[in-house]
Design a protein around this ligand. Structure first.
Ligand SMILES: Cc1cc2nc3c(=O)[nH]c(=O)nc-3n(C[C@H](O)[C@H](O)[C@H](O)COP(=O)(O)OP(=O)(O)OC[C@H]3O[C@@H](n4cnc5c(N)ncnc54)[C@H](O)[C@@H]3O)c2cc1C
Length: 409
């Protein structure tokens, strides 16, 4: 096991640094009045302001053109085929730039997702290329108003009609990027008696469905940090064909597990990068803030808070690198069959990252004092994001339950 930066990743990191300087920083400076003031961050409907969306889309396209946006995907789909271990280094480089427009450099929930691996060659031009090229965005519709943690509670249905088409009906809630998504991936029940084989993913362009009234956007759910991209939608008689099936009929459980394992492991670089950003900001504050005639950081009580932040960051990163190394060897990271040992370690990675990052963010707020509690400060935004991370992608409790189950309980 080698913890040094892999050679294959070095040019990707250089590209990220270059893109940050040429594509991200100038846009962050031009849009500082929106990024740094939550009163200007959203439009009149409470959605992410169109100028910020425009900037994100431009950064996504530039990152895709430079080959980094979806670099975790196999080369056959337009990625660089990087493994999960390599991606820890890539993700932490992107996230250590903070909480501005930098996350748009890499595809995430609303971009080219690992579910694309399950698309057929015939679906590539329509559903894969637009997302991998950063020209389109997506949504992942799984959660419902009455169902979240338990897969078998979902009720959105896709029924086969006599003419062979499918009719979709249901209600999805707490969906990231629901207002902007060009392409939707929606989990449906296709056979309620078939257990894990009873679920199917459908993918479709949102514009025609919205125009026909068979996909209706609902409420905006304003998150703790007011991102303006989360909400709900209703499917009301949306008719699709087999060409819209993502993977195979009855195959959604496996696809979902692959996708969620990716989401869980992606925490590693995200929490390491943002953790580094918070540690650096907190060190700077501790050195420059004078309290009672001396730097805040000269007090042992403050030093211990920062030492604990670093210790959480370092032990968590070491664990993440170890787990992702094991997942990649022999790999690949998207394989659907996983041993209990692997599943337990992936859940442990998510749990450890989310809880450690939350402690890091909490201590960063404490050292910053009132300045860390101001709504638009980067420290406060990351504290709220850290609190949020502990629920989506499988909550802390879901990770603990799976760890216990794989230990035989
Ligand atoms: C900002 C944000 C973005 C999101 N984006 C998306 C998205 O893009 N697509 C999507 O499909 N969903 C999305 N979600 C939804 C997210 O996946 C769900 O919130 C998550 O799966 C938990 O479901 P729930 O909120 O319904 O909680 P519930 O299932 O109601 O659970 C509530 C609490 O009880 C705990 N709990 C549940 N069962 C047990 C048990 N057996 N034992 C012990 N504790 C238990 C849970 O851990 C949780 O803490 C998003 C959520 C947020 C907050």
């Amino acid at each position: 096991m080698d913890f040094s930066t892999p050679n294959r990743v070095l040019p990707v990191l250089e590209t990220i640094d270059r893109l940050y300087e040429t594509e991200v920083r100038p846009r962050e400076e031009a849009l500082a009045h929106r990024l740094d003031d939550s009163r200007n961050y959203l439009d009149a409907d409470g959605h992410l302001h169109p100028e910020l969306w425009q900037a994100r889309r431009e950064i996504m396209s530039a990152a895709a053109d430079a080959g980094v946006y979806s670099c975790y995907l196999p080369e056959s789909l337009g990625g660089l085929g990087l493994g999960r271990h390599e991606m820890v280094f890539v993700e932490e480089r992107v996230y250590r730039y903070g909480v501005g427009l930098n996350p748009a450099l890499l595809s995430w929930t609303e971009g080219a997702t690992p579910r694309l691996i399950f698309c057929s060659p015939q679906q590539r031009e329509r559903f894969v290329d637009p997302l991998v090229s950063g020209r389109a965005t997506s949504l992942h519709g799984v959660t419902e108003p009455q169902a979240g943690s338990n897969f078998f509670d979902f009720t959105t249905r896709a029924e086969r009609r006599p003419d062979g088409t499918w009719e979709l009906n249901g209600h999805k809630a707490f969906i990231t990027n629901v207002f902007e998504a060009d392409i939707a991936h929606v989990l449906c029940v296709t056979d309620s008696a078939a257990g894990k084989r009873g679920f199917t993913y459908f993918q479709f362009e949102t514009a025609p469905a919205k125009a026909a009234g068979t996909m209706r956007l609902g409420k905006t759910f304003q998150t703790m940090w007011g991102d303006g991209i989360t909400g709900e939608f209703v499917l009301d008689g949306l008719v699709l064909t087999d060409e819209n099936v993502l993977g195979e009929v009855g195959g959604a459980f496996e696809i979902s597990m692959t996708s969620i394992n990716w989401t869980r492991m992606r925490r590693a670089g995200m929490c390491s990068g943002w953790g580094t950003f918070l540690i650096e900001a907190t060190l700077e504050r501790a050195k420059s803030r004078i309290v009672g005639g001396k730097p805040l950081g000269s007090n042992q009580g403050i030093q211990w808070l920062i030492a604990d932040m670093w210790n959480d960051w370092f032990t968590t990163r070491a664990m993440s690198l170890a787990v992702t190394w094991e997942v990649d060897n022999p790999g690949p990271w998207w394989k659907t069959e996983r041993s209990k040992d692997e599943v337990r370690k992936i859940c442990a990675l998510k749990l450890q990252n989310d809880e450690a990052f939350y402690r890091i963010a909490d201590r960063a707020v404490q050292v910053h004092g009132a300045a860390g509690m101001m709504r638009d400060s980067a420290v406060n935004k990351l504290f709220l994001i850290a609190r949020n991370l502990r629920v989506p992608g499988g909550s802390d409790e879901v990770q603990r339950s799976t760890i216990a189950q794989t230990l035989g309980l």
